[in-house]
Design a protein around this ligand. Structure first.
Ligand code: ADP
Length: 369
């Protein structure tokens, strides 16, 4: 009421309703939200040429009266304002598509079957008595597209995406992290169908003995497991965890009914690097001498994130050389390679592969039992 006091509100604006849905907004957030809603109304007035900033004669009382802040303005402003209290748990409608991801054909296919199909066609799964997996763990070197995959599967299945960064949950909800876990799942139920993505899940559910405050950690893991167990009846929430340090995770999380589908996200091979280059140079005018295939050959050990940075750097070098540059040429890429180095070493790959072997044996043993 305070922040909209002097605003020309449309008849449809229901402040009580807004109060209800702005859960987690602080006073400052509400002020920002109101301001943003008003800006939207103003932008619309400019677009519709009701007023023209260059022509003061358009600022008549009549014209100004035609500018009203509508409920829709508030709702679209809400989509852009993240409430501070929930900043580590916010719902987004992601825009990443499968085609934005280079390589990883196998992982895409697996996620399609495990997440997209059950979310899109729960009836088919029910009919055939197939249970969709609840928890999926993506592991692999940093920057290989784990977050991207989780977002894409949410987009492609028309789901909301709730992203939770492990370390943030721990620091912001210090001592109360199990409450945060409860909130996250509460939000997920409200936002279903939803993909809940736990990035760096090893940090909230570390193997016993790894954590400083074991008591608190045990409570978080217990809460997470309880929530995951209770989700079984709801078919439209899928939990995806990602980690670069699978060895540091509490193995209790990997038991059946929890993160029981484990997908290795390997560093990109030659073909994948070529595809990633293509994705990230989509809107870049390339010089005739740029051969992306040849470039992909040279990028052994580069992750998707490294490649993205390399492309941006090459573009910047071209601009620095000539601010009117019309294309990014081979020499710019070569120069960029000196600055942006490969982040994945053969030792890292060995580490992930050996963990993968161990886990697969463990899973085979439990299945056999
Ligand atoms: P991770 O979660 O595995 O650490 P991200 O998915 O956050 O990595 O990737 C970071 C960035 O690197 C992405 O935003 C994207 O621009 C780029 N990237 C990584 N992998 C790929 C890929 N396979 N295809 C296209 N871009 C990628």
């Amino acid at each position: 009421q305070v922040h909209t006091r002097n605003m020309p509100l449309g008849k449809d604006v229901d402040l009580a309703k807004l109060a209800e849905i702005t859960y987690g907004y602080t006073g400052a957030d509400l002020a920002a939200l109101s301001k943003e809603a008003a800006m939207k109304a103003l932008r619309r007035a400019l677009q519709q040429k009701i007023i023209n900033p260059e022509d003061p004669s358009t600022f008549t009382d009549d014209n100004l009266k035609r500018i009203q802040v509508s409920m829709q303005d508030f709702l679209s402003a809400m989509r852009e304002t993240i409430p501070s209290a929930l900043r580590e748990i916010y719902i987004e409608v992601p825009k990443v598509r499968w085609s934005d991801i280079g390589g990883l054909a196998e992982a895409k296919q697996e996620l399609q079957e495990m997440v997209e199909w059950p979310l899109k066609h729960p009836d088919r799964f029910k009919r055939l008595g197939i249970k969709a997996p609840r928890g999926i763990l993506l592991f692999g070197p940093p920057g290989t597209g784990k977050t991207l995959l989780a977002k894409a599967v949410a987009t492609e299945s028309g789901s909301n995406f709730i992203s939770v960064r492990g370390p943030e949950v721990l620091s912001k909800w210090f001592g109360e992290s199990e409450k945060a876990i409860r909130e996250i799942f509460k939000k997920a139920r409200m936002a279903a169908p939803a993909v809940v993505f736990f990035d760096e899940i090893d940090s909230i559910a570390p193997a016993r003995g790894m954590a400083v405050d074991t008591g608190a950690m045990d409570r978080i893991v217990a809460q997470l497991l309880a929530e995951m167990d209770s989700i079984s009846r709801l078919d439209d929430i899928v939990i995806i965890g990602a980690t670069n340090r699978p060895d540091m995770m509490d193995p209790a999380l990997l038991r059946p009914g929890r993160f029981d589908r484990i997908v290795y996200i390997p560093p990109p091979d030659k073909e994948a690097r070529f595809e990633i280059l293509r994705v990230h140079t989509r809107n870049m005018p390339l010089g005739k001498d740029v051969d992306l295939e040849e470039l992909a050959n040279m990028l052994e050990g580069y992750s998707g994130a490294d490649i993205e940075m390399l492309v941006r750097e090459a573009g910047l070098i071209a601009l620095r050389e000539n601010e009117n540059a019309a294309s990014v040429d081979a020499r710019h890429f070569l120069q960029a390679m000196k600055k942006v180095r490969a982040s994945i070493t053969p030792d890292m790959i060995k580490f992930y592969e050996s963990w993968w072997d161990r886990i697969r044996q463990m899973v085979a043993r439990t299945r056999a039992r």
